[in-house]
Design a protein around this ligand. Structure first.
Ligand SMILES: [Zn+2]
Length: 378
C-alpha cells in the first residue's frame, strides 16, 4: 500500500487529500502517465500479463475499471491478490511516497490538469552490475566493527528485548551508514548491518537498521519532502534472497529457530532458549531453506501473530509460518510452531511483557533469563 500521509505535517496531509480528490485523468492520460513512470505499455493492454511489481506470468491486469488507472494482481500482497489505482501502481513500482508523487504530478502547486502535462519523467534506472554490488557490500561490511558487548547495537537490542542475554553475533556489525533517498545522501547514521546468507553460504544482502546516534533507539530520518523514511531496509541485493537467513547463533543439538525480524527472533530466544536466525520478513520466512553442514533436524518457527488481513481473513504471519512448517515437514524435518498468546503481538512483545511483569512483581527475577523450552505445538 502506498502511504496516505504517514509522517506528513497537517498542512501537507491536507494538501494531499485535496489534491487526490481533485485528481482526474482521461484513459489516454493514465496510460501516458503510467508509462512515464516506467510501466511499459505491454502491461497496460487490459489483458493478463506479468506484474510490473511482483513479476510472474499472467497475474496482472490493468483494466482502468473506475477510470482511476485501476489494476488487479493475483499475487501482489505477499502472494495474495491486491488491486489499486494508477497512483498506487506508480508508488509501488518506483518506491516513492504518494505525497512526493502528487507533488511531481502537479508541479508542487495546487492541482490542475495543465500541470499534469509537464511533470518530470523519472530518470531511467541503471541496473548495478554484480561486481559493483559485491564491492559495495564487501566495503560496507569491512568498514563496520564486529558487534561487541556494550556497543550501540547491543544497547539497542537490549532496549528492544529487555534482559537479552545473547552475546554479540558474528552476523551483526555496527557501522556508520549513509542513508540515500532519491539518489541523494541525506546523511550518515550509526546502524546495525545484518549479514543475510543463502543456504550455500553466499551473501544475499546486508540488512540495515539505522540507529539514533545518542540514544539506543531507531533513527528518525525525514526526507526533504517531509516523509518519514523507513530505517530498516536491505542494501542492494547481490544474489536472490529466497531461502536465506541472518545466522545469528550456532544451532545447538541440531535445533534452530527462525522468525521474521531481529527483535522477534531474540524475543523467541528469550522465551524458549532456542538459538535463532532471522529471515527478515514473512515472505522470506516462508521460503527458508535449511542449509547443510549444521546438522539441523528440528526447526522452531517463531510466528508473528498479526491481526487478520480483511482481504484474506487470515493472519499473514501465521500463514507464512504454517506454509514453512508444511514444506519442512514434507522434507523430513521436525517442526515446532510457536505463536504468541495475544493477537497483534510478536515474540519481542510477549517476552517484554513477561519480563517487565516479573520485574514488577517483586524480587523474583526468575524470568530474567531464557525460560525452559515451552513449545507450543500446532
Ligand atoms: Zn503483482
Amino acid at each position: 500500500m502506498s502511504t496516505t500521509g504517514r509522517g506528513l505535517s497537517p498542512e501537507q496531509r491536507d494538501w494531499l487529500q485535496r489534491t487526490l480528490k481533485g485528481f482526474a485523468l482521461s484513459p489516454e492520460a493514465w496510460i501516458s502517465t503510467l508509462m512515464s513512470y516506467g510501466i511499459a505499455a505491454s502491461y497496460l493492454t487490459g489483458k493478463a500479463t506479468s506484474c510490473p511489481v511482483c513479476g510472474g506470468d499472467d497475474r496482472f491486469t490493468y483494466d482502468n475499471r473506475h477510470g482511476r488507472g485501476d489494476w488487479v494482481c493475483r499475487k501482489c500482497n505477499d502472494g495474495d491478490p491486491m488491486g489499486g489505482d494508477g497512483l498506487q501502481l506508480i508508488t509501488r513500482v518506483n518506491r516513492i511516497g504518494l505525497f512526493k508523487l502528487m507533488r511531481e504530478l502537479t508541479g508542487g502547486a495546487p492541482p490542475s490538469k495543465r500541470a499534469v502535462a509537464d511533470f518530470k519523467a523519472p530518470r531511467p534506472k541503471r541496473k548495478a552490475s554484480p561486481a559493483f554490488v559485491e564491492k559495495r557490500l564487501t566495503d560496507m561490511w569491512n568498514a563496520a566493527r564486529p558487534q561487541a558487548t556494550g556497543d550501540l547495537s547491543m544497547r539497542y537490542l537490549q532496549e528492544r528485548v529487555p534482559g537479552l542475554t545473547a552475546g554479540p553475533s558474528r552476523a551483526l556489525r555496527l557501522g556508520m551508514l549513509e542513508y540515500r533517498h532519491d539518489r541523494k545522501v541525506l546523511g550518515e547514521w550509526p546502524g546495525i548491518l545484518a549479514r543475510f546468507e543463502l543456504p550455500d553460504g553466499r551473501l544475499g544482502t546486508l540488512h540495515r537498521t539505522f540507529l539514533d546516534p545518542v540514544t539506543p533507539a531507531k533513527a528518525s530520518i525525514v526526507s526533504p519532502d517531509g516523509e518519514i523514511l523507513d530505517v530498516k531496509l536491505n542494501d542492494m541485493t547481490l544474489n536472490p534472497l529466497a531461502g536465506g537467513a541472518v545466522r545469528l547463533m550456532q544451532p545447538v543439538d541440531g535445533e534452530i529457530g527462525v522468525g521474521e525480524g531481529l527483535e522477534t527472533v531474540y524475543g523467541g530466544f528469550m522465551e524458549t532458549g532456542v538459538p535463532v536466525w532471522n529471515c527478515l520478513n514473512r515472505v522470506l520466512l516462508s521460503q527458508f531453506v535449511v542449509p547443510e553442514g549444521f546438522g539441523i533436524k528440528v526447526v522452531h518457527i517463531f510466528m508473528d501473530f498479526d491481526h487478520v488481513d480483511p482481504k484474506t481473513g487470515k493472519s499473514p504471519g501465521v500463514v507464512a509460518g504454517m506454509a514453512l512448517a508444511k514444506r519442512l515437514r514434507a522434507e523430513g524435518y521436525t517442526v515446532v510452531l510457536h505463536r504468541p498468546r495475544v493477537r497483534g503481538t510478536d515474540f519481542a512483545d510477549q517476552w517484554t511483557t513477561r519480563y517487565l511483569a516479573s520485574r514488577m512483581s517483586g524480587p523474583l527475577g526468575r524470568q530474567a533469563s531464557p525460560s525452559p523450552r515451552v513449545a507450543r505445538a500446532f
